[in-house]
Design a protein. Structure first.
Length: 157
């Protein structure tokens, strides 16, 4: 059952990223984030009330509060990047956000097993492969930005 929930979450998250990226090409990113977060608060509020989750106060509540405050800012930056750059590069790089909890876990003493390390390598390889040709000419490759990535200089406008 856990795997089914994880796959469903991945599918919905990917659809939300794709839809948000398309919407921000026509609508300001701030509008997309405010509307999507308002809908999320309403749905989450209904789930919390229906399940009695509001009574689960504990020391980890503040992590959830912090995530709730940082989340919309991250979504705004992500949607703005999708509106400005190629989706084939922005989306895979955005998926590397999982490096934050993995890094914190490592700092706190957690040690992944061989299977988890293989999963991390597969994820990083997936990002590189999903970015495909858009990564050519990127600054990290040692070459200048391609014309697809660069903005016209002031003298060229």
């Amino acid at each position: 059952m856990t795997a089914l929930f994880a796959l469903t979450t991945s599918l919905l998250w990917g659809l939300a990223d794709f839809g948000g990226g398309l919407l921000t090409r026509r609508t300001p990113a701030l509008t997309v984030v405010v509307v999507s977060q308002a809908i999320a608060v309403a749905v989450l509020g209904a789930v919390v009330v229906a399940t009695g989750g509001w009574s689960a106060w504990g020391p980890r509540l503040w992590f959830a509060v912090a995530a709730g405050l940082v989340g919309p800012v991250a979504m705004l930056a992500f949607y703005k990047a999708l509106a400005l750059g190629p989706m084939g590069v922005v989306s895979p790089l955005g998926s590397l956000g999982v490096a934050v909890p993995v890094g914190v876990g490592l700092v706190l003493g957690e040690r992944p097993g061989l299977l988890q390390l293989a999963g991390v390598l597969v994820a990083v390889a997936g990002v590189v492969l999903a970015g495909g040709p858009q990564f050519r000419g990127a600054p990290c490759s040692g070459r200048r930005w391609s014309s697809r990535w660069s903005r016209p200089s002031a003298s060229a406008r």
